[in-house]
Design a protein around this ligand. Structure first.
Ligand SMILES: [Zn+2]
Length: 88
């Protein structure tokens, strides 16, 4: 009896037109993977650029060598980390 009621409840429950998930009061559509990926790539690019800019600011004559790659990777990772922390 109880099982039966639960089943019909689930069956009758409205589904979200966008994600087809059950429309509960707390329903939130899961974020699309493509959009998440684009967001991560965008923040990585911005972070890498900021890393390069910081190196250019602190080392305008390019006296420190081999820092470009590290700064780009570091900036990208930090930017992605911040993005994930804020969005998560
Ligand atoms: Zn939804």
């Amino acid at each position: 009896m109880l099982l039966c009621a639960q089943r019909s409840d689930t069956f009758l429950m409205a589904t979200c037109p966008r994600c087809k998930g059950h429309l509960t009061d707390t329903h939130r559509c899961p974020r699309r993977r493509v959009r998440v990926a684009v967001e991560i790539i965008a923040s990585a690019l911005v972070g890498g650029f900021v890393g390069l800019l910081l190196v250019a600011v602190f080392d305008p004559r390019g006296q420190i060598t081999d820092v470009d790659t590290i700064s780009v990777i570091g900036g990208a990772l930090i930017a992605v980390g911040i993005n994930r922390a804020l969005r998560g």
